[in-house]
Design a protein around this ligand. Sequence first.
Ligand SMILES: *[C@@H]1O[C@H](CO)[C@@H](O)[C@H](O)[C@H]1NC(C)=O
Ligand SMILES: *[C@@H]1O[C@H](CO)[C@@H](O)[C@H](O)[C@H]1NC(C)=O
Ligand SMILES: *[C@@H]1O[C@H](CO)[C@@H](O)[C@H](O)[C@H]1NC(C)=O
Ligand SMILES: *[C@@H]1O[C@H](CO)[C@@H](O)[C@H](O)[C@H]1NC(C)=O
Ligand SMILES: *[C@@H]1O[C@H](CO)[C@@H](O)[C@H](O)[C@H]1NC(C)=O
Ligand SMILES: *[C@@H]1O[C@H](CO)[C@@H](O)[C@H](O)[C@H]1NC(C)=O
Ligand SMILES: *[C@@H]1O[C@H](CO)[C@@H](O)[C@H](O)[C@H]1NC(C)=O
Ligand SMILES: *[C@@H]1O[C@H](CO)[C@@H](O)[C@H](O)[C@H]1NC(C)=O
Ligand SMILES: *[C@@H]1O[C@H](CO)[C@@H](O)[C@H](O)[C@H]1NC(C)=O
Ligand SMILES: *[C@@H]1O[C@H](CO)[C@@H](O)[C@H](O)[C@H]1NC(C)=O
Ligand SMILES: *[C@@H]1O[C@H](CO)[C@@H](O)[C@H](O)[C@H]1NC(C)=O
Ligand SMILES: *[C@@H]1O[C@H](CO)[C@@H](O)[C@H](O)[C@H]1NC(C)=O
Length: 410
Amino acid sequence: MERGVSVTLLCLLGLGLMQSKAFEVEIKDASNKTCIYASMRVNFTIQYETNSSMSKNTTFEMPGNATASRSHCNESEDASLLFIQFGNGHTWSLSFTKNNTMYHGSALTVTYNTNDTALFPDALRKGLITSTTNFLSSIPLNTSYRCVHSEAVAADNVSQIFWNVTLQAFVQNGVIGREVVCDADKPAPIPSTTPTSPPATTPTPPTPTPTPVGKPAIGNYSVANKTGTCFLATMGLQLNVSRKIDGKNIWLLFNIDPNITRSSGSCSNDTATLSLSDNSTTMEFAFAIKKNNFYLQDVNVTMLNGSEPVSKSNNNLSFWEASVGSSYLCHKEQTIAVSEGLYINTFDVRIQPFGVRDGKYSTAEECFADSDLSFLIPIAVGAILLFLIILVLLSYLIGRRKSRTGYQSV
Ligand SMILES: *[C@@H]1O[C@H](CO)[C@@H](O)[C@H](O)[C@H]1NC(C)=O
Ligand SMILES: *[C@@H]1O[C@H](CO)[C@@H](O)[C@H](O)[C@H]1NC(C)=O
Ligand SMILES: *[C@@H]1O[C@H](CO)[C@@H](O)[C@H](O)[C@H]1NC(C)=O
Ligand SMILES: *[C@@H]1O[C@H](CO)[C@@H](O)[C@H](O)[C@H]1NC(C)=O
Ligand SMILES: *[C@@H]1O[C@H](CO)[C@@H](O)[C@H](O)[C@H]1NC(C)=O
Ligand SMILES: *[C@@H]1O[C@H](CO)[C@@H](O)[C@H](O)[C@H]1NC(C)=O
Ligand SMILES: *[C@@H]1O[C@H](CO)[C@@H](O)[C@H](O)[C@H]1NC(C)=O
Ligand SMILES: *[C@@H]1O[C@H](CO)[C@@H](O)[C@H](O)[C@H]1NC(C)=O
Ligand SMILES: *[C@@H]1O[C@H](CO)[C@@H](O)[C@H](O)[C@H]1NC(C)=O
Ligand SMILES: *[C@@H]1O[C@H](CO)[C@@H](O)[C@H](O)[C@H]1NC(C)=O
Ligand SMILES: *[C@@H]1O[C@H](CO)[C@@H](O)[C@H](O)[C@H]1NC(C)=O
Ligand SMILES: *[C@@H]1O[C@H](CO)[C@@H](O)[C@H](O)[C@H]1NC(C)=O
């Protein structure tokens, strides 16, 4: 290792009795020059669980006498770390990385010690708890970041409010660079006489609004075995999934993107499977044969729900039927019910699970929905109904005439 050794120096501010004091540190590198400068005020609000299983908030400020002895600047790497220890075993650290022009903060880690009875008098869980988030976006090298206005950063159970911040990493030759100020500190474009509320940055929560999705792109998928391509499929796939959001069931649509979907599967004389997966969803289609026709028998979908994989399947289907040796074709949208909360919408399907020759589809058998004849169904039903009505009417009339003649003959 090179001289990654670092010497640190701690400057203490506010040695007087003033209770509010910023902490300020200068981290020195191997040549005893400042490489990180930080001066800031930080308020923490930490939510923790108490003995009585209640949630409670504790709020405190990073004290001015925090120490930074485990910080380091490693010149051989493009990374450095500001590591602050304070109070009864609490730590705060911010790592920095840089490229040729910019530097930025990466992990902001807070570790708090719930054994500290002054701050967490009745904590259920005793010990060190860590929360990590991000802080400090890209700043040009040789400049320092300055923000007097407050900024809020929240993660897990820890909310932090920063204010009066001056921060610079990768300081060159020990000289703190000119300041770049945060947006909140920039003078307002229109001077206003009415007092404005302090612009605190509130992190916008991700809103799960269902975004409209169009038709899915059509993908070409295939399965090969040792004799070559044995399974061909061309189709657009869309999942229609029920999710509980804020206590309400809503239907979300996900299009399968063929560009990031891999296909695999197996082929044998009487069964064939096609497995499609992207980084979060796996779908398996299993085909069987009955009376010289193939059909889709099983569908299995595994989706990530948060980080939990959830599997749903339907093993009792009778879908996409065509004779073995030909392919099945259907341009119309179709829906396969996998489970109560999961449907697959399919578009422009052409599929051949058996008897693929030379990697090409055999003649297609088109689904009835596509055929021009399908419009005849209502006409045929109407005609049959009309015929039945006439039949009933006729038999009624004949019956009446018969009974009348019978009456007269008496
Ligand atoms: C670093 O510089 C300070 C004064 O700026 C001096 O007191 C200290 O001894 C120096 N340390 C080393 C290792 O040179
Ligand atoms: C604790 O603070 C967080 C945000 O800072 C807030 O959402 C939560 O309601 C507070 N909890 C209690 C018990 O005051
Ligand atoms: C920091 O200051 C507090 C009082 O403000 C004091 O109780 C504590 O011992 C000090 N810690 C160190 C490491 O000097
Ligand atoms: C340095 O990083 C910034 C973003 O952090 C990026 O915009 C810029 O292109 C990068 N410069 C180089 C030379 O990689
Ligand atoms: C930063 O300053 C040092 C010397 O002060 C200089 O060598 C270096 O090129 C500067 N870097 C940038 C990106 O301006
Ligand atoms: C902000 O910090 C500077 C030192 O960086 C200090 O001189 C100034 O008094 C602080 N201002 C407030 C409002 O805390
Ligand atoms: C998704 O499924 C639900 C329930 O079956 C249905 O009401 C909705 O129309 C479907 N959406 C699409 C786009 O298929
Ligand atoms: C897939 O990639 C092609 C070109 O590589 C591109 O034209 C097409 O828009 C992409 N489709 C999707 C759904 O991203
Ligand atoms: C599959 O079919 C081929 C030709 O039709 C036949 O040679 C082979 O023995 C069959 N394999 C099995 C396991 O039935
Ligand atoms: C899947 O990959 C795409 C692009 O490769 C990415 O945008 C998406 O966030 C990834 N999803 C998951 C759950 O990793
Ligand atoms: C469906 O997926 C689950 C989990 O991956 C697996 O255990 C099961 O065997 C699959 N069923 C079918 C019919 O492929
Ligand atoms: C996803 O998980 C949430 C909670 O963990 C659950 O309420 C929901 O039903 C799950 N959704 C599916 C499709 O399994």
